[in-house]
Design a binder for this molecule. Structure first.
Ligand SMILES: [Zn+2]
Ligand SMILES: [Zn+2]
Length: 393
């Protein structure tokens, strides 16, 4: 174990290292931002990220867990094995409106900066590249396929509008719906038609009624992806896609049944036939490791950022980092890159993800992560505290 003045020196040197790489990290994240790729198609992003890691002495395995755009870069050997997670998928039409280009830069930047720490104290630093966070839950699949079996601790910094160390993320699952009716002339023979669009609209009405009587942290939302062909044809087919979210998995199960009943009821009422398919992966709720969160917070504060322990607005979504946090001690802090009026998943947030504030957030996030890696690798007492908290939960 290193003495504390030694650790401070080490932290100063990793910060310097990130400063030295700032132009490359900026360029890397802006390139990803300018080339938005959807989940499981992030081919260019993965090529750029792995190239940067490779050039900086990391060994690379690509296509891990049977996923073409998942990867693992590692430096050093054995324990402790600290993983910094990268995301790099974009949103349909909105591009990098969740700022995953910055998560990617943050992960590789912090990992490369901690090489001297690994050289001196041992252990290993990993960058685990996790595709398709937005639409498919790549990490959920990777957890099931063993990507975190030899990992001790996992960290990911996500851009947001507050500096917050712990985040709340709901369990969530997708639901695809189809109604099958019977086409007919909408004016001449409406009595022989079965209206699949009406079944969908009644489902929305039923869900709206249900919504007033569920826990206020739960969420149900969806869109119609097919609502018919022409106004003069009774729609023979309708389709929609929905998401159901709840604070824990037990309530999610209860809610799933109640939501499904809305569609079943609409099918009975209209005579349309219902087909449904629950998503293959379920996003787990996020378990914040507080020992780890406090460590990261201290490091973030040393950079002059406020970094609150929890979100003042109670805003929450879901993340497949939840699944990771169920198997290894994890944090998923948020870093502010825009003013609080800006919402993620909006064009304004996409602009922020390529702004100077976005780059500053990425670099500060990388510094705080790298300093936290310093603490974990040089101080077994701290490392054990994080592990103990996880096993107690
Ligand atoms: Zn998102
Ligand atoms: Zn995101």
């Amino acid at each position: 174990m290193a003495v504390s003045s030694d650790i401070e020196k080490l932290k100063a040197s990793v910060i310097k290292e990130i400063q030295a790489h700032r132009d490359q990290l900026r360029e890397l994240s802006l390139k990803i931002h300018a080339t938005p790729e959807l989940g499981f198609h992030e081919v260019k992003a993965v090529a750029w990220l792995t190239q940067y890691l490779d050039e900086n002495g990391f060994s690379i395995e690509q296509g891990i867990c049977g996923l073409k755009t998942a990867f693992r870069g590692s430096y050093g050997k054995g324990k402790p094995a600290i993983a910094l997670l990268a995301e790099y998928d974009a949103l349909p039409k909105l591009g990098h409106a969740c700022g995953h280009n910055l998560i990617a830069g943050c992960a590789v930047g912090s990992a490369v900066a901690t090489k001297p720490v690994v050289d001196r104290f041992g252990g290993s630093v990993l960058v685990i590249g996790t595709p398709a966070e937005e639409l498919y839950g790549g990490k959920a699949i990777m957890v099931e396929r063993g990507a975190f079996n030899d990992v001790d601790i996992a960290m990911l910094v996500h851009p947001e509008v507050y500096d917050v160390v712990t985040t709340r993320a709901l369990a969530c699952i997708g639901l695809d719906i189809e109604f099958f009716g019977r086409a007919a002339h909408a004016a001449a023979n409406p009595e022989v038609g079965i209206n699949a669009l009406e079944a969908m609209l009644q489902s929305f009405t039923a869900i709206n009624s249900l919504r007033q009587h569920i826990k206020d942290t739960a969420r149900i939302h969806g869109i119609i992806t097919d609502g018919g062909e022409a106004a003069n044809i009774v729609p023979a087919h309708s389709a929609g896609t929905f998401i159901v979210r709840a604070e824990d998995e037990a309530y999610l199960d209860e809610l799933k049944e109640r939501v499904l009943n809305c569609f079943v009821g609409a099918a009975v009422a209209t005579g349309a036939r219902l087909e449904y398919r629950w998503g293959e992966v379920c996003y787990a709720p996020l378990r914040n490791n507080l020992a780890l969160a406090r460590l990261y917070r201290q490091n973030m504060q040393s950079l002059g950022r406020k970094a609150r322990l929890s979100n003042p607005t109670k805003g929450f979504g879901s993340t497949d980092m939840g699944n990771v946090s169920q198997v290894v001690p994890s944090i998923h802090p948020h870093i502010a890159i825009a003013t609080k009026e800006v919402s993620t998943h909006s064009p304004e947030f996409a602009a922020a993800a390529a702004s100077d504030a976005g780059i500053k957030g990425m670099l500060d996030g990388a510094k705080a992560l790298a300093m936290t890696v310093c603490d974990l690798i040089t101080n077994p007492e701290i490392f054990n505290r994080v592990k103990r908290e996880f096993s107690r939960q």
